[in-house]
Design a protein around this ligand. Structure first.
Ligand code: AVJ
Length: 320
């Protein structure tokens, strides 16, 4: 790629924009390159990261009730999943639906073709009879699929607290956009991490083994790899915090020293003052009022809450 081509690439655009601002920021989807995907799988397996276990338990314990709700209006439906990741949790539901001989197609959405390819390969191995038809598109473009001529209702899945990565106003926009594309009988299930003991929440983003720190530092290393930048991760620290008043967990990468970071491929440099932060992630925690508010703003009805046994997490079914 020439310099101009790289500058034009989406990542380059986001990076230049984010690092040029007075309050530096980078979008959290930048975490997830091949290396980041691997570290995120380690995060999901750590004892502090309760979110994965909670949603796993919800699906394991309540798969029959979930299926009952999904098929309340129509015995046949299609599933569209945004942000499927490795699909391990969703697989519990898919397995159950398959064994109950439900006629459905599973359509995971991702902008990464390689992620989808891997997911499809894995699913075909573990669930050979599953009809899987990936959608290799960006989230908003994928919503067009909902407008197609179709006879069966669609159930949109947005699980794993992924919604928490949006700023609340963007979450409202996203849910509204989905809702506007739903028809009567369609449903939307969203995974929300709930407000709880702030110490537990902070621990989930600040693990003792330093895996989350590695996850954050990989973002800098990714920029070194992709743009020949010269971030020295020893000169940065990872700083997460949780504000129990707003329910927002934020993650920062902070420069310990004054320095210029040069992106050779982009022919650009960015100045960091000592202790200047880059905001890299939101992980919003919700309460019932916030969930109801999100639904109301999108003109959706809250149909059912599915909780884990500790009430840490909720998968919420919404309908038109
Ligand atoms: C994938 C967005 C649900 O915010 O909890 C985990 C990502 N970041 N640890 C979250 C994440 C640091 C995660 N989500």
């Amino acid at each position: 790629m020439t310099t101009a081509e790289k500058l034009n690439s989406v990542v380059a655009k986001e990076v230049v924009e984010g690092l040029s601002k007075k309050n530096k920021s980078l979008p959290s989807w930048l975490f997830y390159d091949e290396e980041g995907d691997k570290i995120f799988q380690q995060i999901m397996a750590m004892p502090e990261y309760y979110l994965t276990d909670c949603e796993y338990e919800i699906f394991q314990e309540q798969k029959s009730a979930i299926l009952k709700s999904f098929s309340a209006d129509s015995p046949e439906f299609n599933l569209i999943e945004f942000g499927a990741g490795d699909g391990l949790k969703t697989e519990i539901l898919l397995k159950h639906f398959t064994s109950e001989e439900i006629n459905f197609t599973y359509r995971p959405v991702d902008i990464s073709a390689s992620v989808l390819k891997q997911l499809k390969k894995r699913m075909q191995k573990s669930l050979p009879t599953l009809a899987i038809d990936p959608i290799n598109k960006e989230y908003f473009e994928a919503l067009d699929e909902l407008n197609e001529d179709r006879k069966n209702p669609v159930i949109v899945l947005f699980l794993g607290a992924n919604i928490g990565n949006f700023h609340i106003s963007d979450a409202e926009l996203f849910v509204k956009k989905i809702a506007d594309n739903l028809r009567e009988g369609d449903k939307l299930m969203i995974g929300f991490d709930l407000k709880k003991d702030p110490n537990l929440i902070l621990d989930a983003y600040y693990d003792k083994a330093g895996i989350t720190t590695e996850f954050n530092m990989n973002l800098l290393r990714r920029l070194n790899r992709e743009f020949s930048a010269n971030f020295d991760t020893d000169t940065f620290i990872h700083y997460p915090y949780y504000d129990p008043q707003t329910g927002t967990a934020k993650s920062f990468i902070v420069s310990k020293i004054e320095q210029d970071i040069h992106f050779a491929d982009l022919e650009k440099s960015f100045h960091f003052k000592a202790w200047e932060p880059i905001h890299v992630e939101f992980s919003q925690k919700f309460d019932h009022e916030m969930i109801e508010n999100l639904a109301t703003k999108a003109d959706l009805k809250v149909q059912q809450y599915f909780y884990d046994s500790k009430n840490y997490f909720a998968d919420v079914l919404l309908s038109k």
